[in-house]
Design a protein around this ligand. Structure first.
Ligand code: ZN
Length: 405
């Protein structure tokens, strides 16, 4: 019998067939709120083939028992292409394309190494190429979903917006990004009419596309919710009334409270003087940190509201996407397991990918990460991802004591 097994293994190796992978775990969060103890995860190809039982013969084994295992995390709002150029300033149109691409490649790798295996990157045409490059499996990076270019107040009336939605679909967009309000730096007032929002979100729904809507003011978020849009992004000034409406309509809420503003402030000289990154803007962002935290605390009281995990990461923030978790739990008071569910299965559900990613279960993509420490007991452990598998391929493995940090 033993000889037969060895023979079978030898034959598999000779043919170059992929061997199954076994992850030995002691503490495993499945992403749905369950904690599994002392189990193994069997991976065949890109998928999770089994949980528990005996290891299959010939498997490659990774011992993750000293770590805490979780589904790969999801950032529903990260601008993967935005970066600082070689002179250390926010990149602009004059940057040589080769340098631009390599800085963007850094962003992809930093994001994946931080444990984020799926990222929705709204608003840049190049994201489609990033999606395809990382899907080839050589360049390290998360699964990428893209809206391509966003729709804004200058996109035109309802009929033109419908046309643009159809165009994005034809161009290969996974979703539609819509700006329905001004920025937080400019007060966040509604910029698209109710009719424009109904046209854009209605057309997208007809075509099977989700819509994520930048909306800071209560009016803009209410209009987007009533128009049937999928999620409200940022929502710095949302009220209990709007949260109630969003909960009853199952509109997802994507507050970005832990990384984006902090990162702008920490990197002020690299942004300053470009567009509306001026003294007034920075003064406002300093106030904004407290405003969005208060709004988040208010949102948490709405138990039916589906709060998903997005950071709005821009230049300087990539690879620190975990900071959103730390602020939500440490400063916002969110239950850490709920924050973890938000970053995994709930965000996957909001992307329409709940049966593919965001949980460790039979048949899911093998997107699995491990922390040195347990982020539910020690929030800062969220920063210490030392093992990253995406689609059954190990991209980072510092699990045996090596450390980059
Ligand atoms: Zn954004």
């Amino acid at each position: 019998m033993q000889r037969l097994v060895l023979f079978a293994l030898g034959a598999a190796l000779a043919c170059g067939q992929p061997r199954p992978i076994v992850l030995k775990t002691q503490t495993l969060f499945d992403g749905k709120g369950n904690t599994l103890k002392n189990t193994i995860v069997v991976i065949e190809g890109a998928k999770i083939a089994r949980l528990g039982g005996a290891p299959p013969p010939g498997a490659v084994t990774y011992d993750l028992t000293a770590l805490t295992v979780s589904p790969g995390w999801i950032d529903t709002h990260s601008h993967l292409a935005v970066h600082f150029d070689s002179s250390g300033r926010l990149s602009g149109a004059n940057e040589p394309l080769t340098q631009s691409l390599l800085h963007i490649t850094d962003n992809l790798a930093l994001t994946l190494n931080a444990g984020f295996t799926t990222v929705q990157s709204p608003g840049a045409a190049i994201d489609k190429d990033l999606r395809e490059a990382t899907a080839r499996g050589i360049v390290p990076g998360p699964r990428v979903l893209t809206s391509l270019e966003a729709l804004t107040e200058s996109s035109g009336g309802p009929e033109q917006l419908r046309q643009l939605v159809r165009e994005r679909k034809a161009q290969g967009a996974d979703l539609i990004k819509i700006f329905a309000s001004k920025s937080i730096r400019e007060g966040g007032a509604q910029t698209l009419t109710d009719a424009q929002l109904q046209a854009a979100c209605g057309e997208a729904r007809t075509l099977g596309l989700r819509t994520i809507v930048h909306a800071h003011s209560p009016e803009s978020a209410k209009a987007a919710t009533l128009a049937g849009c999928t999620s409200i992004e940022h929502g710095a000034y949302l009220t209990d009334e709007v949260f109630n409406l969003m909960a009853s309509r199952v509109t997802y809420y994507d507050p970005n409270i832990g990384l984006v503003l902090q990162n702008y402030l920490e990197n002020k000289p690299k942004y300053f003087g470009i567009g509306n990154y001026n003294e007034e803007g920075f003064a406002f962002m300093e106030k904004g940190v407290g405003i969005v935290l208060d709004t988040f605390k208010r949102a948490l009281k709405h138990k039916d509201l589906k709060i998903i995990y997005g950071t709005d990461a821009t230049a300087g923030a990539h690879g620190q996407n975990y900071r959103e978790f730390i602020v939500r739990v440490h400063d916002g008071g969110q239950d850490p397991m709920q924050a973890l569910i938000s970053a995994t299965s709930l965000s996957a559900e909001s992307l329409g990918m709940g049966d593919q990613v965001g949980s460790i279960a039979l048949g899911r993509e093998a997107d699995i990460i491990a922390f040195d420490g347990n982020p539910l007991n020690d929030v800062k452990a969220a920063a210490r991802v030392v093992f990253v598998m995406k689609g059954g391929t190990v991209f980072e493995n510092l699990a045996y004591g090596a450390s980059r940090r």
